[in-house]
Design a binder for this molecule. Structure first.
Ligand code: HEC
Length: 147
């Protein structure tokens, strides 16, 4: 648990500096994953780059995945391998937008949520960690992971 808390601290510290410029409208609907956030289909290659990027997605701090060039990957969360077999695009999107809506105890950051950050610096309010298009790119990449 101490490691999880440490990882979360690292994630929050790094993400504060890398918050995306708001684009699209953060979802507040009942089923946040059901509808694509943009009209432009996600690009799996860009999604892979976001997942591997230690300053943007930070996914590999907690997850491992089929990204052989990354030597150090996390083991605080399920491997991303096979994510596209286990989950639909809507389920993947919902987890990225705000995993705490599915599991209130989760340590996974909400990548597309703007409300509910009580202690967020005023300059960061209304911004999301990833843009709408970046969420769609990551969803497209994860959906392609069938094994
Ligand atoms: C601070 C740790 C952390 C970070 C960073 C993180 N996750 Fe997660 N993620 C988790 C945990 C823990 C779970 C397990 C379910 C839960 O706790 O909600 C999870 C669950 C998932 C799942 C469902 C996995 C499954 O098959 O059950 C997917 C897909 C996922 N994360 C993708 C991502 C992506 C993509 C990123 C980066 C954009 C990311 N996560 C960043 C901790 C993290």
């Amino acid at each position: 648990m101490a490691r999880a808390v440490l990882a979360l601290g690292l994630v929050m510290a790094s993400l504060a500096g890398a918050v995306a410029q708001g684009s699209g409208s953060p979802s507040t609907g009942a089923d946040p994953g059901a509808v694509a956030l943009t009209d432009v289909p996600g690009d799996p290659a860009r999604g892979r780059a976001i997942v591997a990027d230690r300053r943007k997605g930070l996914c590999l701090l907690c997850h491992s995945g089929p990204i052989p060039e990354e030597r150090f990957m996390g083991n605080l969360a399920p491997a991303l391998d096979g994510a596209g077999r286990r989950w639909s695009a809507a389920e993947l999107r919902a987890r990225l937008i705000d995993a705490s809506r599915l599991n209130p105890e989760t340590i996974m950051p909400p990548y597309f949520r703007t409300e509910g950050f009580e202690r967020m610096a005023p300059a960061l309010r209304g911004r999301t960690i990833l843009t709408a298009q970046e969420i769609e790119d990551v969803v497209a990449y994860l959906a392609s992971l069938k094994e």
